[in-house]
Structures are given as structure tokens and as C-alpha cells.
Design a binder for this molecule. Structure first.
Ligand code: NAD
Length: 476
């Protein structure tokens, strides 16, 4: 029986690298029935803000496996990233990005690099929940959930176990984002205790990324929230030789999408120069996912043999290392010619249903006593900080009491410093003296603020959990 696979040719270099990939799949005897879906620029231009026709969802749902070339997201105009839409709508929570060096055949400063990035795919700033709140202020909301963290972290440990990897590293910034990245870190600590056979460690993401750029060989599997994973995988791919070398698998409980990690590189489009390797390797991961491991291995071996023969596209071509500079099409033809060959030196991976390692346990929910105690009211005030302070400190709406005013997270009242630079958005924190507020009291306070002429931008309720504050203080 053939595997039904939805295919999208994408924008920019997309159609060229997809053509190359499909040629190799066909010549390798991949047992596929392809169904095309139209996505990207053409669809956006028809005014569909998600970049995908509503009827295409049915194809994706039916096929459950999606091979996708990169697309171009138009700037502005309310257009949403199609990649993010597909990942989140279909629940493709794990983004697997193996970054390997191919020394000495591809020039790299890191010949021993062989790491896999397991990027969280549905949460974080990628939720794209953004607001322009005042003429001069915009915000993005970063969402990290226990369930989302648990799914991806457990996936990373399962991936490590399944692939004989010895260590999982977590990259986070919980010294600053104590609640969001702090939750990710906490869940990492809980899950790692269940995998005593796998070593684990964590790094603050800035030094962690610096370490990856400097000594990538000390990492095996890296699990990290969405945005860090995005940045890290371009860095890791580029230092392995080129962003054009890394494919990715987006895995969910109900399906999977396979793509290159790079974008549509419009500057290189239509010139037959792009490196199709990332999409070829994504298709190899797809064959492994479909349990067609022999075909996955066959294509991967042929691709490695092509690299060893020095047949390279412009992005990896280096005088003295490479032998023949080729275009996209010629590279694919060379891979086809090498089908059945084994690489001499580069280590071929052995695929055993490489990415489908579920079922995972159902994520747990934290049990905690949640108590409403007050509210943060964000106020637009274009006057000076002193004027706002004066007006706000003379405002009264019992029983809630003003506890502090901050600007960009810095306390300006009480005990502010005159040097603090203030923008036109202020956060005013009101707390119930008994530390037990009701929704009605909060609503009454907000009504009183509006009646007193304050320009409310947004509010955030404040809760304690088992008596511990569930919100950041102004003092870190
Ligand atoms: P990009 O990854 O498309 O290209 C950046 C540069 O990397 C290119 O100019 C080129 O020099 C090099 N490059 C990338 N892929 C290559 C390949 N296969 N072979 C050789 N060189 C390659 O990044 P960008 O220019 O910032 O983004 C272009 C568009 O792609 C944007 O519209 C962006 O939204 C979109 N994008 C799409 C995806 C996706 O569909 N998954 C991912 C990232 C970016």
C-alpha cells in the first residue's frame, strides 16, 4: 500500500529544491502517493491571511504526512506565518533538527559536531499574540505551559533513548523569565528524574548558544523553547557547513510535517543554485517516520556518497575541498546516480522508525491552591512619570490598595530613582490587604480607574499558588 503524502512546492527556491527531492524519492522507489496542496505567496495574494486554502486542511488531515518546501511570508498586512499555523493547528509539538558536520568533505571548524535540536513548536513568543498598545509601545506575549513543556521534554528524552544518545541538555533563560522559562526548567528537572540512564544538564541560553557555536561536539540532544530553538538551529546548521544542510521533522500525535530549516531564499530563486540537501534530509526523516527505513537509509547513503565525491552546491563549495560545483538539479541527479552506494568515510545513520517514538504519557497538571489577590492595571499616560505618580497615588478605590507603579518592569513608586527612563506605559499594582480579592472587587476598581480618567490598556489578575506569588515583582 502506498503512503499518502501531501506535498507543497512553496515559494522562492522551494519549487526547485522540491523537484530535486521528489526526483530522488521517485528514483529510490519510495512507495508514495503524492497529493499537492497549494500554500504560500499565491494564496496570501488571494487575500487568505493564513496562506492556506481552507480545503487544503482536509488533504493534510487525510494524508497526515506533509512534505513542505519553504514559503515566503508577506510582510505586514495581518499575514500569519503558514509554518506556525500548520504546526500549531495540527498539534505538531516537536521540531527535530539534526545538525551534523560532514568533515572533511564539507568545510567546518567543528568536525566532531553531531547534535539534535528538539525545539518546542507550539508555544513561546511564536504564539504571535502581539499588541500595539500606545502610539509608541508594542508587546508580545510569551506562553509556556506545563503540558507543552512536558510533551517536548519527554519527547527529547525518548528521542535520546531511542537513538542511543547519552545526554539531553536544556537551554533556558530562567534567571530573567522566572515564571515562563522557570516552568520549562522545573518540568525538565521533573522529567529527567524519570530517565536515570540518560545524562542531563542545563545552560542559560546565552552561554549555552555560545558553547554550541564554540564546542558543539559536547552536546547530543538539546531541548529548548520555540524561539531559542529557532535561533539555535540556524546557528548550528550554519556552523556545520550551511543552513542548506539541515532538514527538520515536525512531529505530533496525529501527523507530521517535514521541511528544510531554512526559508525560501528569494534572492537565489529561479537560478538552479540552491542546495536541496535540507529538504532531501527532511524527506529521509519522512521515510523513516513512515517506517520505510530501507528507503531512508538508501537515500541518506547516496546523499553522503555525493558529498564525499566533492559534488557540491555553491553554499558548501570550497576550493581545495570540493571537486565539482553543481546546481540544484545536477546535485539531485548525482544523488540518484549514487543510489545503492555506501559512503566510504561518513557515518551513515541507521534509521529505525526514526521519529515516531510515541505514545507519550498524558502530560500532568500541577495541583495548587489558586487565590486571586489583586490586579496589575497597565495605563497609557503620555505625561511625565511624576504627573502619573501624583495622580495615581491620590486615587482611592478600597478595598484594593496601590502597592507599586513600575515602568518597563522598573519600580518608580514607592522609592523610585530619578534617573529611570520612562515610556508612556505604566503598570500599577493593586493588592487586597487580606490577600483575598474577588472578581467583583477587581472589576469595581477598574471601573473606578476609568471613571477617574485613567486610560486602561490592559489588566492582569494576580494570583498566589499555595500562598506563593504567581507574578514577578519589580525587584526581580
Ligand atoms: P532564508 O533561510 O530563506 O535565506 C537566507 C540566506 O541563506 C539566503 O539568502 C541564502 O544565502 C542562504 N540559503 C538559505 N537556504 C539555502 C539553500 N537551500 N541553499 C543555499 N543557500 C541557502 O532566510 P530569509 O532570507 O531571512 O527568509 C526568506 C523568506 O523565507 C521569508 O519570507 C521568511 O519568512 C521565509 N521563511 C520560511 C521558512 C519556512 O517556510 N519554513 C523558514 C524561514 C524563513
Amino acid at each position: 500500500m502506498k503512503h499518502l503524502v501531501a506535498v507543497a512546492h512553496g515559494d522562492g527556491i522551494g519549487p526547485e529544491i522540491m523537484e530535486a527531492t521528489l526526483l530522488i524519492l521517485k528514483e529510490a522507489g519510495a512507495n508514495l502517493e503524492l497529493q499537492e496542496v497549494e500554500i504560500g505567496e499565491k494564496v496570501y495574494k488571494r487575500g487568505i491571511l493564513t496562506g492556506i486554502e481552507p480545503r487544503s486542511w482536509e488533504t493534510l488531515r487525510k494524508a497526515k504526512t506533509f512534505l513542505k518546501a519553504p514559503i515566503t511570508t508577506p510582510q505586514g498586512g495581518g499575514f500569519k506565518s503558514l509554518n506556525v499555523t500548520v504546526r500549531t493547528t495540527l498539534g505538531l509539538f516537536a521540531n527535530i533538527r539534526p545538525c551534523v558536520s560532514y568533515a572533511p568533505y564539507i568545510a567546518t571548524k567543528h568536525p566532531k559536531m553531531d547534535l539534535v535540536i528538539v525545539r518546542e513548536n507550539e508555544e513561546d513568543l511564536y504564539a504571535g499574540i502581539e499588541y500595539r498598545q500606545t502610539p509608541d509601545v508594542a508587546t508580545s506575549i510569551k506562553i509556556i505551559s506545563r503540558q507543552g513543556s512536558e510533551k517536548i521534554i519527554r519527547y527529547a528524552f525518548e528521542y535520546a533513548r531511542h537513538h542511543g544518545r547519552k545526554k539531553v541538555t536544556c537551554l533556558i533563560k530562567d534567571n530573567i523569565m522566572k515564571f515562563s522559562d522557570g516552568l520549562f526548567h522545573q518540568v525538565f528537572d521533573e522529567i529527567r528524574a524519570e530517565y536515570p540512564d540518560i545524562a542531563s544538564d542545563h545552560w542559560i541560553v546565552d552561554i549555552g548558544m555560545a558553547k554550541v557555536a564554540d564546542t558543539p561536539e559536547i552536546f547530543e540532544v538539546i531541548v529548548t523553547p520555540n524561539l531559542y530553538g529557532d535561533i539555535l538551529s540556524d546557528i548550528a546548521a550554519q556552523i556545520s557547513g550551511s543552513v542548506g544542510l539541515v532538514g527538520s521533522a515536525n512531529i505530533g500525535d496525529h501527523g507530521a510535517m517535514f521541511e528544510a530549516i531554512h526559508g525560501s531564499a528569494p534572492k537565489r530563486a529561479g537560478q538552479n543554485v540552491a542546495n536541496p540537501s535540507a529538504l532531501i534530509l527532511a524527506s529521509v526523516m519522512m521515510m523513516a517516520y513512515l517506517n520505510e527505513t530501507a528507503t531512508a537509509n538508501r537515500i541518506h547513503d547516496a546523499w553522503l556518497s555525493t558529498l564525499e565525491q566533492g559534488i557540491h552546491t555553491y553554499d558548501i563549495y570550497k576550493e581545495g575541498v570540493s571537486k565539482t560545483l553543481v546546481g540544484t538539479r545536477e546535485f539531485a541527479q548525482a544523488v540518484v546516480k549514487n543510489l545503492g552506494k555506501q559512503p566510504h568515510h561518513l557515518k551513515p545513520p541507521t534509521y529505525q522508525s526514526a521519529t515516531k517514538i510515541m505514545p507519550l504519557l498524558q502530560p500532568r497538571s500541577a495541583q495548587a491552591q489558586r487565590q486571586l489577590i489583586g490586579v496589575d492595571a497597565f495605563i497609557y499616560f503620555p505625561g511625565s512619570a511624576q504627573q502619573l505618580q501624583k495622580k495615581m497615588t491620590s486615587f482611592r478605590s478600597p478595598p484594593l490598595q496601590l502597592e507599586m507603579i513600575t515602568n518597563r518592569g522598573v519600580r518608580i513608586w514607592p522609592e523610585g530613582q530619578p534617573e529611570t527612563f520612562c515610556i508612556e506605559q505604566y503598570r500599577c499594582r493593586f493588592i487586597h490587604p487580606s490577600r483575598q480579592a474577588t472578581q467583583q472587587e477587581i472589576v469595581a476598581l477598574l471601573g473606578a480607574l476609568a471613571a477617574a480618567g485613567f486610560d486602561l490598556i490592559k489588566t492582569e489578575n494576580l494570583y498566589t499558588f499555595d500562598g506563593k506569588a504567581g507574578y514577578s515583582s519589580a525587584d526581580g
